[in-house]
Write a protein that binds this ligand. Structure first.
Ligand SMILES: [Zn+2]
Length: 684
């Protein structure tokens, strides 16, 4: 994906909605794909293009207290959330007029119970007492797996992850996939890295665990002892966990096994008990295990970790998963801990938290109403036309690559031709008839939504893949490429200004929607990760060895380039972790540039617009699509967990490799935005 998940925008908002904005950038008028007032003309485009394109905006921007960053995604999300809010408020106010089992009734009930802070404060921890009693009732190891399964169904991240995903070796069917999981800190590295900063994070984690345990009534002595045990237990899981870089390698995480092999790998793990606990009735004949050594560690902890430690660990995660939706002391403790990683200074207003939870839990019910309000069929058609141009331009590039052999090229062309695309919204919406909602407490609606989603997919192994399904919701300001389905997905939320505007010039639209979005996602099909999958979505090496070797050598140049950039403080960007995204940014820019030239030839070349040539506006549009201002806490977290480089490098990195950029702005050899020829990679 290209961005941190969030929501979208709408081109024209009703005045009544605009007036409710509590975080709008009111000093700026409606979003434009290219906004020349954000350009800092005192900065040379050839020295720091990111600053040139966005510097005037950055100089005046203040990140609102409740956010970890501001910029394009937040601006689009802020506006979009006002639209979504009106949908939810209408549904909540009118819910009793809808039939009891109808989707609008459920949506309204979900949001109304989330907004009912009085009921939530009164209930305190009461709603999760039955979960805690279930955990406390485990007095023999044989009962652990049942509890683990039950908590996973409710939405808690405990121990490992079961996921019925597309079979990497048979992309037409689902398979039982087992992943590592179960950590309360954002990544395994937080448990294992040495140094004062890491020590302090781990100490803060222990304090956080103890506080949550005390909030459900444990005394301080036992809460602190248990918190120390939770850290020790999770450190053991972390030691057996793959790194983020390893997890990006589809070959390293591919371990198909028979049921007997799984049993031999984990002899103490009673899989039939676990499968029953999660409601998996489909016969499990084969599985794929992303990290065998991780499951082996779980297997050994099932015997070696004291039962009291297991209970403390499960209790903590049960409380932590519910904390954002319980009474104020839980919410505040949850926020205080998370803000260490986000840098946010204040909680989001309740309506925004509820809206985001509704989008996450019952998003397709919300998306239907959202599309009806905001996304006409013409918008979908226009966006599709730009995406088609990008496909055609990439095809031309493939046809003329000099380093690729004809046999690899033929397969690459086939993969491109068979790459699917979803634009705007699903053709078939999710059926929520089996979702249950009640008039409260709200956490029960969250748990029921999680259970609904679990039951919707749990018995998929062995069944045909649902090719109509979407992985993100319609109002989301994001997009993705799914290698196992060989498809690109662009929700309506991403297809409006500042990404795309049917009234803007071609250069603006091709720089942002064409380069940052469509070209980027398409190139993911051929980046260091996506290239391992074939046209059908199967994990299969279709590359001639010489072509593979050439690709790897050129990709290594990109890795080295980004390793040199500073992420924050003294931390460098992780060139390996961000390699796929950096290849996608760069390939997307090259491809969309070609598409722009074709569009200019077809539609006629305009003169200067607002003082800039089409080529200049193209690169400005790309750079402004990454307009972002991020708190240092968030940048420090991102260096560990995020496969995307900071936005300034997503601009300056690829552009300094592109001759057409230097030409457009008259940059010379030796300028910071012009890298020497030996360092410039050549792939797409
Ligand atoms: Zn991406």
């Amino acid at each position: 994906m290209s961005r941190a998940a969030a929501f979208i925008l709408l081109a024209v908002l009703p005045a009544s909605l605009t007036a409710q904005a509590d975080t709008s950038s009111s000093q700026w008028p409606p979003l434009k794909v290219v906004d020349v007032r954000w350009i800092d003309t005192t900065v040379s485009a050839c020295v720091d293009f990111s600053k040139y394109a966005n510097g005037a905006w950055l100089a005046h921007d203040t990140i609102p207290a409740a956010y970890s960053s501001s910029g394009v995604t937040r601006d689009m999300s802020d506006r979009n959330e006002l639209v979504v809010r009106s949908v939810l408020e209408d549904a909540a106010a009118q819910r009793n007029s809808f039939p009891p089992a109808s989707t609008p009734r459920k949506l309204g009930t979900f949001y109304a119970t989330c907004m009912d802070s009085t009921a939530i404060e009164t209930a305190g921890a009461t709603p999760i007492r039955p979960w805690l009693r279930g955990i406390d009732s485990v007095t023999a190891r044989a009962g652990l797996l049942r509890q683990i399964g039950a908590l996973q169904v409710l939405g808690a991240n405990v121990v490992f992850r079961y996921s019925p995903d597309v079979d990497p070796h048979d992309a037409n069917h689902y398979l039982t996939l087992l992943y590592q999981g179960g950590l309360g800190l954002p990544d395994r590295d937080y448990y294992l890295t040495q140094g004062a900063a890491s020590d302090s994070t781990r100490q803060a984690y222990v304090t956080h665990v103890a506080r949550l345990l005390r909030l459900v009534g444990q005394d301080s002595v036992s809460a602190e002892r248990d918190a120390g045990e939770v850290l020790r237990f999770e450190t053991s899981l972390a030691q057996a966990s793959l790194t983020r870089v390893e997890r990006r390698d589809p070959v390293k995480t591919d371990h198909p096994m028979t049921r007997a092999q799984l049993a031999a790998l984990t002899p103490r793990l009673a899989w039939p008990v676990y499968f029953r606990a999660i409601g998996l009735r489909a016969p499990v004949t084969k599985v794929n295990v992303s990290a065998p050594q991780f499951l082996k560690r779980v297997d050994s902890l099932l015997q070696s970790a004291p039962l009291a430690t297991w209970r403390a660990y499960l209790r903590f995660h049960a409380i932590a998963s519910a904390a954002p939706w319980l009474s104020t002391p839980f919410v505040q403790e949850d926020f205080a801990f998370r803000s260490r990683f986000s840098g946010a200074r204040a909680l989001l207003p309740r309506w925004k938290r509820c809206l985001r939870e509704a989008d996450g839990d019952v998003g397709e019910a919300l998306g239907q109403a959202y599309v009806a309000k905001t996304f006409p069929p013409e918008a979908r058609a226009r966006a599709k036309a730009v995406i088609d141009d990008i496909r055609a331009a990439f095809r031309e590039r493939l046809l003329h690559l000099t380093w690729m052999s004809d046999s690899t090229r033929a397969q690459a062309l086939d993969k491109l031709a068979r790459m699917g695309e979803k634009v705007g919204y699903p053709d078939r919406w999710r059926d929520y008839s089996r979702l249950r909602t009640t008039e409260g407490p709200f956490i029960m609606n969250v748990a029921q939504a999680n259970a609904f989603e679990w039951q919707r997919t749990v018995n998929r192994p062995g069944t045909p893949v649902d090719t109509t399904e979407w992985g993100i919701t319609v109002p989301t300001v994001n997009a993705y490429y799914d290698a196992s389905k060989n498809e690109m997905v662009f929700p309506a939320g991403a297809l409006m200004p500042q990404t795309f505007d049917a009234n803007a010039d071609d250069a603006a639209n091709y720089g942002s929607l064409g380069g940052s979005w469509a070209g980027h996602e398409l190139t993911h099909g051929f980046d260091d990760e996506g290239r391992h999958y074939d046209a059908a979505g199967n994990l299969r090496d279709w590359w001639q060895p010489t072509d593979s070797a050439r690709f790897v050598a050129q990709a290594a140049l990109i890795e080295q380039q980004f390793n040199e950039y500073i992420q924050v403080d003294t931390f460098h960007v992780n060139g390996k972790l961000t390699e796929g995204e950096n290849i996608a940014d760069w390939g997307g820019l090259l491809t969309a540039y070609d598409a722009l030239q074709r569009a200019l030839a077809r539609n006629g070349r305009p003169g200067l617009i607002e003082g800039y040539t089409p080529e200049q506006r193209y690169f400005i549009s790309y750079a402004q699509s990454w307009r972002q201002h991020t708190r240092p806490e968030q940048l420090r977290t991102r260096v560990t967990v995020d496969p995307h480089a900071p936005e300034q490098w997503r601009v300056n990195g690829p552009l300094s490799n592109i001759a057409a950029f230097a030409q457009a702005f008259g940059c010379k050899d030796g300028d910071p935005m012009v890298r020497t020829k030996e360092k410039v990679p050549s792939i797409w």
